[in-house]
Design a protein around this ligand. Structure first.
Ligand code: FE2
Length: 343
């Protein structure tokens, strides 16, 4: 054992504790990345337990969700609802959010630029129409069911600008699972998304932990050292020709009009579809991921009103600080005041 490895082992207790959390990176935790342990089923065992617990939590969250929505989600791993808001409510919200001027952060991945405006207290106070959406009972119930937790999602006004200059490809174009357990992403599209504008794509049914998927996950965890960087960090990439072998169809493309809500379980394989021209689209975007090994659906301190709307600003501030100290890289750089509709 080299000096560096030996020094690294002071972190061993943290690596072990991380087994009971949503930690997913094979590359950053030698226990999660251990070929020997994964051959004996470590990764597979975490998956099975996390999915069993998620199914139980969902059972408890099911009764507030209309049966029709639930059936569609249970079958596909996503739900697409067109004309989600009443037309008047939507057009007012759309106009105010797309052309308002907001403090923005941005992050470029390959040729795609993502800009985000956190939905914080200030934004919420200025936009009661937005609070009406994210506070609505049926919205909350559906998102909680998909997320398998009542913990409040993070909300952003998000703009995706494709066709930027870059020699690197956009890693989100490859089909992948975000992590090893169910979690939520949702988009209420504020602009139309056409098929050539890099729409979201999702492999229907790939949210289920089938025998085939479990075997595939186990095989990946064993030979993870030979895989790409993002798979090694816990977001396993899958190639379209592997799908048939997993009993899965080719991806569905969400080329949808504005005012469509799409909610997905990100354990299912998804990607950003390719775009054939530079485009701009904007959406109200939600994200929720919690420790997958919790047996309960509530008790999230940060979900308290007031706290939930401050979390993103705190997190940005914390990562900015860690970045200045050289401990963690801030990917989201301040980009000044902008309108979400701007390219
Ligand atoms: Fe993803």
């Amino acid at each position: 054992m080299g000096r560096r490895t030996l020094l690294g082992w002071w972190r061993a207790p943290f690596w072990i504790l991380a087994l009971g959390t949503g930690a997913k990176s094979f590359a950053d935790n030698p226990i999660l990345g251990s070929r020997r342990l994964n051959r004996r089923g470590l990764h597979a065992a975490r998956l099975k337990l996390a999915h069993r617990l998620a199914a139980r939590r969902r059972q408890r969250l099911a009764r507030d969700v209309p049966t029709e929505w639930r059936d569609r989600f249970d079958r596909d791993g996503f739900i697409e609802i067109r004309d989600f808001l009443p037309p008047d409510h939507f057009s007012q919200l759309q106009a105010r959010l797309l052309t308002g001027s907001f403090e923005t952060r941005q992050h470029q991945q390959g040729t795609t630029l993502t800009r985000r405006v956190p939905v914080n207290g200030r934004l919420a106070n200025a936009h009661p129409g937005l609070v009406a959406v994210i506070g609505d009972q049926s919205w909350r119930a559906l998102l909680a069911y998909v997320a398998s937790t009542r913990a409040e999602p993070f909300y952003f006004i998000q703009t995706i600008v494709t066709g930027q200059d870059s020699t690197e490809p956009d890693p989100q174009l490859q089909l992948h699972a975000d992590t090893f357990h169910p979690s939520l992403k949702a988009w209420l599209f504020l602009t139309d998304v056409t098929d050539d504008e890099g729409p979201l794509t999702y492999v229907a049914g790939s949210h289920r932990l089938t025998e085939k998927r479990l075997a595939w996950e186990k095989a990946r965890s064993v030979d993870i050292a030979r895989r790409d960087r993002l798979s090694q960090r816990g977001s396993l990439r899958v190639s379209p020709d592997e799908l048939a072998g997993l009993g899965l169809p080719q991806p569905t493309r969400f080329a949808v009009p504005a005012n469509t809500l799409v909610v997905i379980d990100t354990f299912g394989f998804h990607a950003r579809g390719s775009s054939t021209r530079p485009t701009v689209r904007a959406e109200l975007w939600a994200f929720a991921r919690r420790n997958p090994f919790l047996p309960f659906t509530g008790f999230d301190v940060f979900s308290a009103r007031g706290l939930a709307l401050r979390r993103t600003d705190w997190l940005y501030g914390l990562v900015d600080l860690l970045d200045r100290l050289g401990l963690k890289k801030q990917q989201w750089h301040p980009a000044g005041r902008r309108r979400p509709i701007d390219p």
